[in-house]
Design a protein around this ligand. Structure first.
Ligand SMILES: Cc1cc2nc3c(=O)[nH]c(=O)nc-3n(C[C@H](O)[C@H](O)[C@H](O)COP(=O)(O)OP(=O)(O)OC[C@H]3O[C@@H](n4cnc5c(N)ncnc54)[C@H](O)[C@@H]3O)c2cc1C
Length: 370
């Protein structure tokens, strides 16, 4: 997604440049669907807003959360100048971006994996792409964008490292709501002893339900698998009630890391990272998709402005993206500190410790290490 956004934006500003977009599909059901109203101008800048609005995504009016108290509080988008947010049909959204990238000057290499990258002198990046049944493709590029998601597999080959701030994992299942009772247009959040649950209504009367906790909790309790997960769901006060009459679509849970982490550095000579490859966000913030689009556009601006010079380093882009992530971390600590129940829970203790330190980043990192 971040790669498509970058390619669309570069191709629209600099049709004289040759942009190659290589990528493999996720190989799992697409997860992650909530975007805020503020994403609307980004869709407009990418030239996809009209098609997006006609694509049947589910408007999202805000959230209802049992957070800091067992009762539900409401936070809606009523006063947001951009209107509602959305619960996406994620596969359709990604296809829209890919189609738009293809319709410009970008050459799309679907099904190709970026296998190796290496700096060639100070100006060029050498790369090898592979695809099953095809001979490897080797070449050199004036600039490479890492949009490989949380793997950051290009940046990490160019000496960047991950900085982890937590080890959040989400175990997700999908349901179908009864025809007579379509899902609410609010995201529902519920904090529990060992983490939190969320429920969102998707297009096509589907629902996504996820449990978020630390990897240690999943390992020790087996909650990433069906019987324990569904027991935890049954113990929720608000989420389980909203699934009454819904049909489970598959017992296979989608278990994915959703940790807060960033790449250090985010850019170097001849390369930069966008989207989750640069920084990844707790889904509670609903910022990941927005940031994937935002960083794609911002990266394109800086690449297009500087690409005539040798060994371009997008230092301003890297600094702004890092600053956005610091701001996110401050909000993230504040949000978790708002839940003061569950005093004996390691999940909440870790986050509370992170929220009260005067040196928050160091404390969060050492929490993960301990
Ligand atoms: C369970 C869960 C729930 C979430 N919920 C939300 C939410 O509600 N709202 C929100 O905003 N965000 C949410 N997120 C985060 C959001 O999904 C991500 O921030 C977003 O997908 C980032 O987009 P991206 O394009 O950077 O990375 P990705 O979407 O991960 O895309 C990376 C792509 O690169 C491909 N790839 C990987 N390695 C290579 C390689 N070597 N060569 C070629 N291609 C490669 C991958 O197959 C993939 O297609 C959630 C995340 C999780 C895990």
């Amino acid at each position: 997604m971040a790669g498509c956004a970058t390619a669309i934006a570069i191709a629209s500003r600099r049709p004289d440049l040759t942009v190659w977009l290589a990528g493999v599909p996720h190989g799992r059901p697409p997860v992650g669907e909530s975007i805020p109203p503020d994403s609307r101008p980004l869709l407009e800048r990418l030239g996809v807003l009209a098609d997006f609005l006609a694509d049947g995504h589910q408007p999202c009016l805000g959230s209802a959360s049992a957070w800091g108290s067992a009762a539900l509080g409401h936070n809606d988008f009523l006063t947001n100048p951009y209107g509602t947010g959305w619960h996406l049909d994620r596969a359709r959204f990604e296809q829209l971006l890919l189609d738009r990238a293809r319709s410009g000057t970008t050459r799309v290499l679907a099904g190709w994996t970026a296998r190796t990258v290496a700096a060639q002198g100070s100006r060029l990046i050498q790369f090898t792409l592979t695809s099953p049944g095809q001979a490897p493709l080797t070449g050199t590029a004036g600039f490479v964008v890492d949009a490989t998601g949380s793997a950051a597999s290009i940046g990490r080959q160019l000496a960047a490292v991950h900085r982890w701030h937590d080890r959040l994992v989400l175990a997700t299942a999908f349901f179908r709501a009864p025809e007579a009772a379509p899902p609410s247009r609010l995201t529902v959040l519920e904090a529990t002893e060992d983490g939190w649950w969320y429920l969102a209504g998707l297009p096509g009367n589907r629902l996504t339900v996820a449990f978020a906790s630390d990897s240690e909790h999943f390992r020790d309790t087996g909650t990433a698998r069906w019987p324990a997960w569904v027991q935890g769901l049954a113990d929720t006060r608000h989420i389980a009630r909203r699934l009454s009459g819904s049909q489970l679509l598959s017992r296979e849970l989608v278990n994915l890391s959703a940790s807060s982490r960033r790449l250090e550095p985010i850019a170097g000579p001849g390369w930069l990272a966008v989207g989750d490859a640069a920084c990844s966000y707790d889904p509670l913030s609903a910022q990941g998709i927005h940031q994937a689009l935002h960083t794609g556009l911002a990266a394109a601006d800086e690449i297009c402005a500087g690409l005539s010079g040798p060994g371009l380093v997008c230092a301003d882009y890297a600094a702004r993206t890092a600053a956005d992530f610091e701001e996110y971390l401050a909000n993230h600590r504040h949000l978790y500190a708002a839940e003061q129940r569950f005093a004996g829970s390691p999940f909440w203790q870790r986050r509370r410790a992170a929220g009260t330190t005067t040196s928050p980043q160091r404390q969060m990192l050492s929490t993960v290490v301990s």
